[in-house]
Design a protein around this ligand. Structure first.
Ligand code: GDG
Length: 512
């Protein structure tokens, strides 16, 4: 039992460990911690500070143990992972099994019993660290697909806790999910939470359907009635939802998300994640960033239209489809390299996973071919960058881009689409957005595409390039309203409200 009333659990901590320089006498200097300012940190920072919260996660370096410490007002609880565990739990089960499976099997998922074992072991370690940090009756918020067993493990160790889980990636349709050899164990793990959050209505629906198919538990809208005695034996017995009246642990306190009696009420609902829109706009308004945006256009030869893609180099992002569509538009002379340049930022990602190595080769071959075929001495068709950039540079790129291309084949949300919109305080710019990204549920005034339909994607790109100013402004105004109304603070507040308070009210509302 710990002392923190709010505990966040995620695979990575909001800080990265860096080896400090050696002292002059050859002894090691104190550890250096660099804050990694992701959206989640920004969203939770004020709350973590005011509630004295703790963050449990891996510090980004293998085989090292660190004591808990305070960083910038947040209590950091590092979880140790060995190099072998990283390979099996993270690169293996998380990124080579769950990631492709949950993204519509765009790449083939690997199913290995050893990596599953490592996933269970590591989830248990995260759960133990969270249980040791949380005060009596504390709220614990677990994040993402790497930690789906943690809610159940936590509930078993600490029935007094209020447990939330948020899935940042899609939850697949049953026909795909059912391939997973450990499909029951994962659902059982998740059902340990009081509230399970998803990006889209469809993801929450897929989850509830999987629960009905595999466990037979009744669902009504966003509510799932989970029998109180749904312990591990229900998995082995292949439970069809037989009720039990097992008592809840001592010290359990009643929250809106729970109900007394034979069943425990679990909520599975969409909470579309967002960004700190005001912070992006504030950066975009800085004179030096605007100057940088102008400089970028000039350095690219002042094209009439600058198109931009920003993605982790991942097969879910549809980078290849985007390049194909652009290449065909150039070949058919519907666009010309004198007028249009595509800047593609492909930030390095999961470089030790084989599928990602193959993808990098494919993309770079396609970029090289296209540039070889169409670039001139003075105009490069695709300006391709396999680096990570500082956030200021990303904002300058968004400001410089006339057309933003988000062509994901499947994406939980896609924050890049929202960042582009937040930055465009000038009311200009056109967003081309895949309907397979979660963002498409909210950003309906984008030009929505099916990236598998290359002809349709080409038409959409051409339309974006020639769109009259009036229409651009009208669409961007509506998009900006959406993003500023639902920023990341609203997102986390809404999730935590459902988890700790207003859940009883929400629970009565059918799925919307
Ligand atoms: C997962 C889900 C969901 C990218 N390159 C650079 C850079 N980025 C930043 C972007 C954006 C973030 O990384 C990427 O977020 P996305 O949402 O686009 O995609 P995933 O990484 O796949 O995130 C996704 C998200 O979780 C949140 O729930 O939306 O669906 O897959 O913020 O700007 N940032 C900097 N330099 C780069 O080179 N500074």
């Amino acid at each position: 039992m710990g002392t923190f009333s709010l505990v966040v659990v995620s695979n990575r901590l909001p800080v990265d460990h860096e080896d400090g320089p050696e002292n002059a006498d050859g002894t090691a200097a104190p550890d250096v911690w660099r804050t990694s300012p992701g959206g989640l940190v920004t969203a939770l920072e004020p709350l973590m500070r005011s509630s004295g919260g703790a963050w449990v996660g891996w510090p980004g370096v293998a085989d090292r143990s660190f004591e808990p410490f305070q960083n910038d007002g947040i209590n950091i609880v590092p979880v140790r992972l060995s190099a072998a565990e990283l390979e099996e739990y993270y690169e293996g089960f998380s990124n080579d099994t769950l990631w492709p499976l949950y993204h519509d099997v765009i790449a083939a998922p690997a199913f290995h019993r050893e990596t599953w074992e490592a996933y269970v072991t590591v989830n248990r370690r995260f759960a133990a660290a969270a249980a040791a940090s949380a005060a009596l009756g504390a709220t614990v918020w677990v994040h993402d697909y790497q930690l789906q067993l943690v809610p159940r493990m936590l509930r078993e160790a600490r029935p007094d806790l209020v447990i939330g889980f948020f899935n940042h990636i899609p939850f697949p349709p049953y026909g795909i999910y059912a391939q997973l050899p450990w499909r029951k164990q994962i659902l059982h793990g998740l059902l340990g939470a009081d509230v399970i959050g998803f990006q889209r209505v469809a993801d929450a629906g897929n989850f509830s359907r999987a629960v009905r198919r595999l466990f037979g538990y009744p669902t009504r809208g966003v509510v799932i009635d989970v029998p109180n005695g749904d312990d591990a034996s229900s998995i082995e017995a292949g439970s069809t939802g037989a009720r039990s009246t097992g008592a809840r642990g001592a010290g359990a306190r009643s929250t809106g998300a729970r109900s007394a009696g034979a069943t425990r009420r679990v909520i599975a609902k969409h909470f579309p994640i967002s960004i700190d829109a005001a912070a992006y706009e504030e950066m975009a308004r800085r004179p030096e960033i605007q100057a940088r945006a102008r400089q970028i256009r000039e350095d690219l030869g002042s094209p009439k239209t600058l198109m931009l893609g920003v993605d982790r180099l991942d097969y879910t992002k549809g980078i290849g489809h985007r390049i194909k569509a652009f290449g065909e538009l150039l070949a058919e002379k519907r666009l010309s390299v004198e007028d249009v340049t595509l800047v593609q930022v492909a930030s390095p990602s999961r470089e030790r996973v084989e599928t990602y190595k193959v993808l990098r080769d494919e993309i770079e071959l396609a970029v090289g071919r296209l540039n070889g075929d169409f670039s001139t001495i003075s105009h490069t068709a695709i300006s391709y960058h396999h680096h990570g950039y500082p956030r200021e540079e990303m904002v300058a790129l968004y400001l410089a881009a006339d057309v933003m291309l988000v062509t994901a084949l499947r994406d939980g949300m896609n924050l890049v689409a929202k960042e582009y919109v937040a930055v465009r305080f000038d009311g200009d710019g056109v967003l081309v957005l895949s309907e397979f990204a979660g963002a498409a549920d909210e950003l309906k005034q984008a030009i929505l595409i099916n990236p598998h339909d290359i002809e349709g994607t080409k038409d959409a790109i051409e339309r974006a390039v020639v769109m009259p100013k009036r229409e651009r402004t009208r669409r961007m105004r509506a998009l900006r309203k959406k993003v500023s109304e639902n920023d990341v603070a609203a997102w986390s507040a809404s999730f935590l409200r459902t988890l700790t308070g207003g859940a009883a009210v929400q629970a009565g509302i059918p799925d919307d």
